[in-house]
Write a protein that binds this ligand. Sequence first.
Ligand SMILES: [Zn+2]
Length: 380
Amino acid sequence: MYDMHPERPDRIAAIFAQCQEDGIIERCTKISDVVIDQEDLLRCHSAEYLQYLDEIFTLPFHHLTPDTYCCAETKMAANLSAGIVMTLMKKVVQNEFRNGFAIVRPPGHHAEPQHAMGFCMYNNVAVAAKAAVHKLGLERVLILDWDIHHGNGTEHMFEDDPTVLYCSLHRFDGNGAFYPGTGSPENVGSGKGKGYNVNIGWPGGGIGDAEYLAAFDRVLMPIFRSFSPQLVLVSAGFDSAVGDPLGRCRITPAGYANMTHLLCSLAGGKVVMALEGGYNLQSISRSASACIRILLGDTVPALTLDSPMDGALEAIETTRQCLIPYWPCLGSLKSSLNDDEEEKSSDEEKDDPVDDALESKADTKLKQKRSQRYQPYIKR
Ligand SMILES: [Zn+2]
């Protein structure tokens, strides 16, 4: 029955098979059989929650939430998932590996300090980030989360922490109508962490390479360069990929490759990517393979970019405005909404090269205002 649950073992098997087919497995060093230590989990999760999970994990089957189930093998899977991300992070920080990609499940970014959520039990990337700071002594860690859902758990764990910059691009659908409902651009962090929480909340589905790269260009990369991270962790969910049944967005493998390439220009190339969501097996496999090839130093694929959608540009601009007080580098950039406003033409529309079958009517509405006046920043 649970073979059809979107978060299922086939996901990592499919990615691994694609990487084998693409000839990249033999170019990588494999890490396996490394479980997470309790002390590492305790930096993110409460002792009560970990004890509760240990008890639940002895049951043959249990629902932690209506959509998050566990079975007899979940304990091992969850421990391996967090353990592999942790080990990979350590090897990269300690210069044993140049970079890495953790093909793991269950995912982590929805997991809260005290409860499981959204298919997630341990917050794998957050656990690794905490260890990078508190165990390995790093002072600036960047977490970039491109899963189509906001990483509520990760945000909560670092929102008052200036040593970990959390940045998420996700569907927000206006006022949080999209799961999990968090991720407002106005949430820029709290206390000492003000300015170190960056949310770009897309207004709906249909968002693709042009919109993501515009966000990188106009808001994210200027902040990242200014922050100057010593390590980049990527919550690499591929439910933002073209063809994903949950995200209904349009990032292509080449789009992910280009974003990976940009991230590799930071932190001396110390980039650790960890699988989060993504539920179309073909989409996640091709996307992950494209990212890993960039990590291996392969040529960055060319992109032909549409003009970003107006609604997406507005979302990027909203985030920029929220963050200008904390990141002076953003103040000097030209607003994406001021470009040739008078030349705006409302009746121009492009044929969409991507299969629209999966897009809802609400998503389609957003595409209707694809402006032709905007010249993409990044055009290769
Ligand atoms: Zn997701």
